[in-house]
Design a protein around this ligand. Sequence first.
Ligand SMILES: [Zn+2]
Length: 318
Amino acid sequence: MKAFASSADQAAKEQTLEVLAEGVYALTAEGDPNVGAIEGEDFLVCFEAMATPVAAADWLERLREHTSKPVRYLVLSHYHAVRVLGASAFGAEVILAHDNTRALIAERGQQDWASELGRMPRLFRDPSSIPGLTWPTATFSDRVTIHLGGGRGELVLAYRGRGHTEGDIVAWLPRQKILFAGDLVEAQAALYTGDAFHREWAAGTLDAVAALGAESLIGGRGAVARGQDAVAAAIGQTRDFLNTMLAEVGEVHAARGTLKEAFTAAHSALAPRYGRWPIFEHCMPFNVSRLWDELSGIERPVIWTAERDHEVWDQLQD
Ligand SMILES: [Zn+2]
């Protein structure tokens, strides 16, 4: 029987800080969640907050080798715990997210915290350093533009439709053509779709992400995609993963098969291409469970709890 989710993944990942353009930073980590930062003339915008303040402090220490500007904005791409619970380390004036992200934190933030801590304990370095749920202090429904000042252009935060969650946003630098895509796009890392809207994500939402015309893309996990071909490949991989799940799970569902049969079909179809990528085995039971619900007419994702995580895992991943 496989170890639950990522609970057995205890090997430290190497973090790489890249300067993608003047004042634009990305920290990637071999498949662990990515973060970024953008310099304004006299302030910083940070993108994603990591799982704990202790983990975030290490990222900020590396960022401080490049700039001492204060963090004015902390942008959260969506509500997942490993992206938001380190927020207190940033001392940001404003914590920005989509309207739906704030609502999701209110509705299920506490359960998601317990769920993600159980699934990915390594990412929660010193979990006792988390002061509580992270609350966005400003939210929006469609887009917000942050003027960076000093001829640096602007940073556009935009909602592209439902996808990985109900409230994902991307951060887009139109002048530099650099896109921080959050978990809407993964680059050679498996997708987590346990809180997703597969059909919308695979179609209109990814179309709207692609339409931005990015030349560099930082996905939720995996290396930075540099150049139009690499960006197209990352978006294409994300779409193919979703479409393969939709085809395989959809066929079993339509034939009135079982959830377990759907899991086996989707796993077999995806494993040759994606089976070796980070968190593939971890994600698949939760992914298929959510898609099965979606196809059964359950509009919004059922809240994951630590207990439900183990029930689904024990049912499917043995
Ligand atoms: Zn996520």
